[in-house]
Write a protein that binds this ligand. Sequence first.
Ligand SMILES: [Zn+2]
Length: 290
Amino acid sequence: MTKNGRGPTVLLMAGNHGDEYEGQVVLTRMIRELEPSEIRGRVIIVPTANVAASLAGVRTSPIDEGNLNRAFPGEANATPTFAMAHYYDSVLFPMADAFIDVHSGGTSMDYLPFASISTSGDAAVDARATSLLAAFGAPISIVWDAVDLRMAEVAAARRGVAAVSGEFGGGGTVVRGGVQIVHRGIANALRHLGILPANEIKPANSRLMEIPSNDFYVFAAEAGLFEPQAELGDMVRSGDPCGLIHFVDNPAREPVQAFFHTDGLLVCRRHPARVERGDCLGHLARDVAT
Ligand SMILES: [Zn+2]
């Protein structure tokens, strides 16, 4: 935690899921870089929010199998993941004016990097989150409608905190482009909040997109070996092929074809080849009509 004089408080979080690394790289770097004398207000940095998961390189806690981003608002006298969620929710969120929670696709998905907000229904909070999302200035900004009340960003919004999240890479590696977007975006956000001097704000051209329904997702109909037929960043049409599921234990059987159900930009695709029935194979986003 770094504090200097009067000003807003921002809470920066990564490692909410332990195998999502771009944010962990950027936030540990910011702990080394940020000088208290440079800032006005307070910056609270949690680079490994579920530290046992980060150190093990897995999504959920190896201690209690807890998924921190499905544990909010948490519980004080529960297993470690729920107790941590309770601490973030009841101690850190009430201190914060803004919250940035950096995610990626982990070991299971690859994302075209984007920042995002989840609408909370509170117009004033949503307006501040929308401004923060614009200031962050990722190449793509997504507004989610379907929210899960157990997620950190949603819990923060319930506390009146302007919350920005996003998916900045994946595949169990560190995506360099994602690291750059996160580092620049957080610096932009700190300037927008007045925590860093505002004279260096660069205008950003962010593509505003939305994922309005489940039609934008494609799921595996059967278990097998997934061969993708579209690349991240492709604009696809409804009925275009998403991929084939092969049955290598039964070569005589024709593969099952998966199709996209709507038009859109492929922003997320499954990373490992092996799939189980019901696994997400990828999802689309569409431009917000202006
Ligand atoms: Zn995540």
